[in-house]
Design a protein around this ligand. Structure first.
Ligand code: ADP
Length: 637
């Protein structure tokens, strides 16, 4: 009897023993990894009827990972899952890896297939249940009974099965958030690309050209990898997708290697590495062509090997170059390392060693953005370096920089304006996200970072716009205002900064003085000085603001005016910098300046505004003993 019982149990141990995942009211996302059973079909011959047969029962293996993954394989993988729903509702079954050639879903009712759907690169986009970059099936599990589903996966990429089930609302919300993040990511890369393209056009240094081409091929790759290309561009034709997707990887390395050769000047400084890089460049060119003819999977495996080797070579080259005293190489190394780190985190997540959360899932995107930014810093640094290297190079680089900076100035002016709207959008959206309890903590933390960053960026952009306005076509809009009111309005503006700082403001409106000026601009000037007095202060420091009427004397004239003084007892400024601090982008090089984020525009803006009013600005200060900034403004200019 007992034996019989065991035998029955063994039989039951098949489909019936598998636990269904229960979809309840309270959960919005169900990662399916642990609920799957998987069968590998090496010969690619089994049908949906075959795999349900008793004889295959012992080939089903229960998954023990959140994201089952099997690397590059020619096999077909079958997945079995059982769903029970407490609600009568449709759900979204998402495969968060858009590279599958073909995925089929079968729903089984009373032992036969009741529904079959297909999705993937080889199936036209318009046939998808949901127009999404990832592969998504809409499922309608029958209420409160076990629903059996089979999935069949066919791919020429790596076999990775990150499967989740979502409620409709949660899926839409997630997709929206993702779109914003992608928008920022691609937006940043494309702006960088175009910016450097313009620099290249103006100074004709080919390093910039290769950098730009690298960015654009990389953007193209990511656009494909994320499935966005299929969604937005290739949706009408599956043919092109397969033709050009793989090409972008080796091509981006052709450009990257060319960039490296130019950037590190390997021919002169590292001849051995230079020869090796040239060999690799040739290999990548051949591979680029190879992607058009060779088997996709073979190409990808070949590429992985090539990339690992060349990445090591390039990092090694960066280190050597740095060791030889080439400063800009550190940006180059850092850039590669962030990219690599992002890639490694993504790979570890895909392999199931790291948990799957927004940070790990998007790590490669962060890595890429940082890489591109660091390389751009490297390029800027390199120009500086070249100047120092030798006289001819100096002359040429200076000329180049002059031409570059004119184009840069104009371009910056346009760019700043263009950036304002999207920056504000990013700021407001991240604010909304950060404050919404419905999102997971990671997402909100992420959003807070974005908010802080974009807030700062916003300030810079506004400063830049103000600078271009002041330097080009600004007309003062004068009105009468009481000076004490003006100062009070500035105090409101700096409230936030004051809260973070242990500094006290002393201000008493002793007199009523009416004054005619452009009060909005003048407030900006006072704000810039006051902000500095607060941030370049010491703990428990004070800032005193006073104003009075006075008679101003210049060499040839005497006239009435007012004087506004802002005095702090902070870190002070050494004499040698007293003139310089009013220049554009100048910052005193102290450890504090690294903590205080700024770009050195504040005092430049303040001086320009005061001068537009016919006034002057001066500073009295000693290192360690506080500073006093005084603005003199004539009554009529
Ligand atoms: P930013 O504050 O963005 O660096 P600013 O043009 O406002 O640029 O100031 C230029 C530099 O002058 C600052 O980097 C700082 O080193 C110095 N500075 C300005 N105001 C003060 C102050 N009140 N005390 C000490 N240093 C100051």
């Amino acid at each position: 009897m007992k034996l019989l019982f065991t035998i029955i149990l063994l039989f039951l141990n098949s489909i019936f023993a598998m636990d269904p995942i229960v979809l309840t009211k309270d959960t919005i996302e169900y990662p399916m990894g642990m609920y799957l059973e998987i069968l590998e079909d090496q010969n690619r011959i089994l049908t949906i009827d075959d795999i349900q047969k008793e004889e295959f029962e012992n080939r089903w293996i229960k998954s023990d990972r959140q994201v089952p993954s099997f690397g590059f394989t020619k096999s077909i993988y079958w997945v079995r899952l059982k769903i029970k729903s407490d609600l009568e509702k449709k759900y979204f079954l998402e495969i968060r890896f858009p590279q599958f050639d073909k995925v089929s879903l079968f729903q089984i009712k009373t032992k036969s297939v009741s529904e079959e759907k297909q999705i993937g690169d080889y199936i036209p986009f318009k046939e998808r249940d949901v127009p999404s970059r990832n592969l998504v099936f809409v499922i309608n599990p029958s209420f409160q009974i076990d629903n059996l589903y089979f999935l069949r996966f066919e791919t020429s990429d790596s076999m990775m099965l990150p499967i989740s089930i979502w409620t409709e609302e949660a899926f839409l919300e997630k997709s929206n958030l993702e779109m914003y993040l992608f928008g920022m990511f691609f937006g940043a890369l494309i702006v960088m690309g175009f910016y450097n393209l313009f620099v290249w056009i103006s100074i004709r240094d080919n390093t910039y050209f290769f950098y730009v081409m690298y960015i654009f091929t990389f953007v193209y790759f990511w656009f494909n990898y994320t499935g966005l290309m299929t969604q937005y561009i290739w949706r009408w034709s599956i043919y092109f997708y397969h033709l050009f997707y793989a090409i972008s990887i080796p091509l981006s390395f052709v450009f990257m290697i060319s960039f490296t050769i130019n950037f590190l000047q390997t021919e002169k400084t590292l001849p051995k590495i230079h020869r090796l890089l040239n060999v690799f460049r040739l290999i990548f060119i051949v591979t680029t062509l190879g992607t058009l003819f060779m088997d996709h999977q073979a190409v990808i495996i070949l590429l992985v090997i090539e990339i690992v080797l060349v990445a090591l070579l390039m990092i090694f080259g960066g280190i050597l170059s740095f060791a030889l005293g080439y400063r800009s190489a550190r940006y180059y190394m850092l850039a590669w390392m962030t990219l690599l780190l992002g890639g490694i985190i993504l790979a570890l997540r895909n392999a199931g060693f790291l948990p799957s959360n927004p940070l790990t899932e998007y790590s490669a995107f962060l890595g890429t953005s940082l890489e591109v930014i660091l390389l751009s810093l490297g390029l800027a640094d390199r120009i500086n370096d070249l100047q120092k290297q030798n006289v001819t190079a100096q002359v040429r680089a200076l000329e180049a920089e002059k031409r570059g900076s004119k184009v840069k100035d104009e371009f910056l002016a346009n760019l700043s304006h263009e950036l304002r709207t999207p920056m504000t959008t990013v700021f407001v959206l991240s604010e909304l996200l950060a404050g919404n309890d419905n999102y997971p903590d990671e997402v909100r933390e992420f959003a807070k970072e974005i908010r802080a960053g974009s807030g700062k960026l916003n300030d810079y952009v506004n400063d830049l716009i103000l600078v271009t306005d002041i330097e080009t076509n600004l007309k003062l809009q004068k009105n009468k205002i009481e000076i004490s009111k003006l100062i009070e309005s500035v105090l409101v503006e700096v409230k936030q900064i004051l809260e973070d700082q242990d500094v006290q403001i002393i201000f008493e409106a002793k007199e009523k003085i009416e004054f005619e000026c452009d009060s909005i601009l003048l407030a900006k000037a006072i704000e810039a000085i006051l902000k500095n007095a607060i941030v370049y202060n010491k703990p428990k420091g004070t800032v005193e603001i006073t104003f009075r009427k006075r008679v101003l004397k210049t060499l040839d004239r005497t006239f009435k005016g007012i004087e506004i003084s802002i005095k702090d007892n902070g870190i002070g400024i050494s004499k040698e910098f007293h003139d310089k601090i009013f220049e554009k982008f100048f910052r005193v090089d102290t450890s504090l300046s690294y903590e205080v984020s700024g770009v050195g525009l504040g005092l430049f803006i303040a001086r320009k505004i005061v001068e537009l009013h016919g006034g002057t600005i001066r500073v009295k200060s000693e290192l360690g003993n506080g500073s006093e900034f005084t603005i003199d403004l004539p009554e009529k200019s």
